[in-house]
Design a protein around this ligand. Structure first.
Ligand SMILES: [Zn+2]
Length: 334
């Protein structure tokens, strides 16, 4: 039976970065596993086109886009990206952004959609970093706004690393700013500090509420404020994580009612991740997906999923975690 939502995918999502801790082949492996396991069938997949430059330029500076297209990044800028520059790399990121635009469109149409890629949440308007060149999720949000389809979006970033690019692109202001960060590493207090502000109309202006649950002691060193930041201590386990996620979502929805929820479903909070220091299990990560998706469904909020990071010692585990996100969505939206 066909999935009740679309999966956006192309073999060209593969990132041409050679031997790298980022498993560039994961997208092809996920596609293969989804078909082999029967979670998805060929008609569930739709093929993205690269984003238009004008879509990219709503998020990124002209100067940065020019450097990417002309291959004129400085050595320093290329090092900060942490992936080797090539024209093919740039193409793959334009395609990932086009994929997130397509996923957002289908999410708004059908209630959910997943880009089998994207989630490049460390990209800033004027530079790339942490394996991220173009912020595909921000590009998709701004395009949906441009098309008059949304004025309020929420990002729920469950990658183990802080969504610094997202926070820089959409700094909390007005009603998307809800006060103090959640408890820092090691804190036991479970209160969420938030201003008691109710949603209100704000013309056509785009408002983006950003949530980031991340390991406190991990990249990036400087974490610009999101609307809600949860600075998790090293070794946070399934139950603790799910508790924090539940509270963050509850708090967020008390203050903000989005028209599109962008779920950044990083696989790297996994206990066997090479770049993460949390202790979630594969089962716990699926419960995480279920929680986000159930909340979105219960509130009738279209949800667009992107994948972000995943660096498990065994790439098969990363593939399982990402496929489980689709399985969770299938169970919840069927
Ligand atoms: Zn990550």
């Amino acid at each position: 039976m066909a999935l009740p939502f679309k999966l956006v995918y192309t073999d060209d999502y593969y990132l041409p970065i050679g031997a790298h801790v980022f498993p560039a082949q994961k997208y092809r492996l996920i596609h293969k596993r989804l078909l082999e396991s029967g979670i998805a069938e060929p008609p569930d997949f739709i093929t993205p086109q690269p984003a238009q430059d004008e879509d990219i330029l709503r998020v990124h500076t002209r100067e940065y886009v020019q450097k990417l297209k002309m291959g004129t990044l400085s050595v320093q800028e290329e090092m900060q990206m942490e992936v080797p520059y090539s024209p093919e790399l740039v193409k793959a990121f334009w395609l990932a952004a086009g994929g997130s635009i397509l996923a957002a469109e289908w999410a708004l149409r059908e209630g959910a959609a997943c880009n089998i890629g994207g989630g490049f949440h460390h990209a800033f308007p004027d530079h790339g970093e942490g394996f991220c060149v173009i912020h595909d999720v921000a590009v998709a949000i701004k395009r949906m706004h441009q098309d008059g389809k949304i004025t309020r979006a929420m990002t729920v970033d469950c990658d183990v690393h802080d969504g610094n690019g997202t926070a820089a692109i959409f700094p909390p202001q007005g009603k998307t700013r809800i006060g103090q960060p959640l408890p820092s590493a090691g804190a036991s207090q479970r209160d969420i500090h938030a201003a008691q502000e109710k949603p209100r109309k704000n013309g056509d202006q785009l408002e983006v509420f950003t949530i980031s649950l991340h390991q406190a002691h991990n990249y990036p060193a400087y974490k610009p404020p999101s609307s809600i930041d949860v600075n998790l201590p090293d070794g946070t386990n399934d139950d603790e994580y799910l508790g924090w996620l539940d509270q963050s979502l509850s708090s967020a929805f008390r203050h903000f009612e989005p028209e599109l929820l962008c779920y950044i479903a990083g696989a790297d909070p996994y206990k066997e991740d090479q770049l993460g220091g949390l202790s979630l299990t594969i089962e716990g990560l699926k419960k995480r997906d279920e929680l986000v998706l159930k909340v979105a469904k219960a509130r009738n909020i279209p949800v667009m999923i992107t994948y972000a990071g995943g660096y498990a010692r065994r790439v098969e585990d990363t593939v399982t975690i990402h496929c489980n996100t689709i399985l969770a969505a299938k169970e919840i939206f069927s």
